[in-house]
Design a protein around this ligand. Sequence first.
Ligand code: ADP
Length: 313
Amino acid sequence: MAAVLLSVNQLSKSYGARKAVDGVSFQVQQGQTVGLIGPNGAGKSTTVSMICGLLRSDSGSVLLNGAPVTQGASAAKRLIGYVPQDLALYDDLSSLENLKLFGALYGLKGAQLKQRCEQVLALVNLSDRAGDNPSTFSGGMKRRLNIAAALLHEPQLLILDEPTVGVDPQSRNAIFDTLEALQAQGCALIYTSHYMEEVERLADHLVIIDHGKVLADETPAALYQRLPAQAALQVELATAAGAELVAALSALDGVRSVQASGQQLSIALADAAQAAPVLVWLAGQGLTLLHFATAKTSLENIFLNLTGRSLRD
Ligand code: ADP
């Protein structure tokens, strides 16, 4: 098993009377990608700001390779790259000049600075725009330049706060490509989002938070196991489904719930493998099936399942 890179222990922070983060604990292994998921206001930004040492916690600790990250601990902080939600680029400087400025702040200079700027521009696929000002960029390109700036000092852990907000789908894919390249290089990632599906694509582990508390800290596969229904079977019959049919269907092995609306049946299944026996059973009742389709239940439902609320209410 990989060594623990980051250990967040019982972190808490209040703004006045409001408890924004309330005893959050989780770990990130070396090279691991952790998705920090929760609705707006859950405490994600406050948590990552404390991890980076940008915000002082009220209590709890953050250890990076076993050493505490505090506001003054520059050695530990050098292991972290942070991509904030608010873009911090200078519009009257070119992309390359922006990067040189950020690199200088990390103490890089000369040939090393030049080489790192070229490497990170290539990684975010902006080499051909090195001479252009960010004011000419789309939201997604600006975000990629911000990611590049956070990588100049070769951090072991890159923290991205909602990196796809305000980004078009094409640029979002470009961001994912960059993050996948970083994963391949062994860089650990923390990625905050209120979109479960995009984090699911990248993350080895998901930490779900709400009202400043951790509700779940598991692999996506383990979270799927916690869903009462892992798949849905949609069936269109030639005739309307009656109450008797719905009752008999509901009693079948692996069927969690059945909703009928005219000829349409929506059947929640404990497991996708149950779709075939259910279809065989329907056909065995002498029914004509006009159309059917199965779909894996979205992991978005896990939040609903844990809190009774949707992730994006
Ligand atoms: P998220 O990133 O999950 O959207 P935040 O960490 O930004 O959540 O916010 C958590 C809670 O703390 C929210 O209720 C938010 O309104 C509050 N909050 C965040 N920053 C501040 C601040 N600077 N002053 C007062 N309240 C804040």
